[in-house]
Design a binder for this molecule. Structure first.
Ligand code: GDP
Ligand code: MG
Length: 191
């Protein structure tokens, strides 16, 4: 089977660890100081269940409550990785705002999303509970995971989980299409 191209946007407030997560996943290392203002695209191939996925990971420069949702992140994206940091309530609040803006731009959001609570290693500074994270994820019909880019905890899982969600959505689309066409046929025979 040829590789499937998947483009994923990594979004969230500044300093939550978007670049650290991306670099940990792509290069297998934790980079402590990374220019927070740059946007970068990383490429990685990953094999899941005998299928190779060629990933394009857009590590965005970050958003805040005032950011306009960038049009480039609304089109041509297969999945979103929304990152907050478990020790920063503001970064959690910003996710809700980003999601609302995404909804304003693309309407009903059916693009798969994974909500990521990063910096799980900083448990003593925790300010957002696991339950709060789960609740917000449910509201966005998103997957939810807590990870640590620093300890490389669940970082691979998060990307695998998002790719599988995209896969399921695509298969769902196909089955919806076939239902739609069979409905069409039945309405034809009625008229
Ligand atoms: P970005 O602005 O969202 O891309 O955030 P960065 O990846 O640049 O990370 C911001 C700061 O948080 C850096 O100092 C990172 O070293 C630190 N950081 C990122 N991930 C983790 C993590 O999982 N645990 C801890 N303790 N620090 C992290
Ligand atoms: Mg960054």
């Amino acid at each position: 089977m040829p590789p499937k191209q998947r483009k994923i946007a990594i979004m969230g407030f500044r300093s939550v660890g978007k670049s650290s997560l991306t670099i940990q996943f792509v290069e297998g290392q934790f980079v402590d100081s990374y220019d927070p203002t740059v946007e970068n695209t990383f490429l990685k191939d990953i094999k899941i269940k005998n299928q190779v996925y060629s990933l394009k990971l857009v590590d965005t420069a970050g958003q805040d409550e005032y950011s306009v949702f960038p049009q480039v992140y609304a089109m041509d994206i297969h999945g979103y990785c929304f990152v907050y940091s478990i020790n920063n309530p503001k970064s959690f609040e910003v996710i809700r705002i980003i999601y609302e803006k995404l909804t304003d731009v693309i309407g009903n959001v059916i693009t798969p999303i994974i909500l990521v609570g990063n910096k799980k290693d900083l448990s003593r500074e925790r300010a957002v509970s696991f339950e709060q994270g789960k609740e917000l994820a449910d509201l966005m019909r998103a997957k939810f995971v807590e990870v640590s880019a620093k300890d490389n905890a669940s970082v691979n899982d998060l990307f695998t989980s998002l790719i599988m969600s995209i896969e399921r959505k695509n298969q769902g689309d196909l089955s919806t299409d076939s239902t739609a066409s069979s409905k069409d046929k039945s309405s034809c025979s009625l008229s």
